[in-house]
Write a protein that binds this ligand. Structure first.
Ligand SMILES: [Zn+2]
Length: 138
């Protein structure tokens, strides 16, 4: 993939452990120890039971495309250079969580709901990695 020059995510106190792990090629999600629910995006309280007893767990980085669309129009010049962009929700294999990301690489233009994908940590703006996904070749 060509070098990405994207606007980078804003890192909040809640999401900092997630983004720190991504920089080390690890995909983390949260897990509620009170009600056994997986949680993503990162939060201070469990959205199911409001517990603060939340841990970080490492996800395998594999999942299934839950929804996907392709955008051919960019709102900023940074994104225009990458078009078309395949925007997807990925249901992770850990269950209960979906992650918004992009599908990249071979076959991305024909990726569809139900396709199996795995995370790929891609550098944007030189050194900040983003967790994007590519199709698992069967
Ligand atoms: Zn809970």
């Amino acid at each position: 993939m060509t070098e990405m020059k994207r606007p980078l995510p804003e890192v909040s106190p809640e999401s900092k452990p997630f983004w720190d792990a991504v920089q080390e090629d690890k995909l983390l999600i949260q897990h509620c120890n009170s009600c056994d629910t997986n949680i993503f995006y990162p939060r201070r309280l469990c959205p199911e039971c409001w517990s603060k007893d939340i841990s970080w767990i490492e996800a395998k980085g594999t999942g299934t495309i839950y929804s996907i669309t392709t955008t051919y129009l960019g709102t900023t010049s940074e994104f225009t250079k990458e078009l078309p962009i395949h925007v997807a929700y990925i249901e992770l294999d850990e269950g209960g969580v979906r992650m918004a990301s992009n599908i990249i690489g071979e076959g991305a233009e024909t990726a569809k709901i139900g396709d199996r994908v795995e995370v790929d940590f891609v550098k944007a703006n030189g050194d900040f990695k983003l967790p994007l996904f590519q199709l698992i070749k069967s």
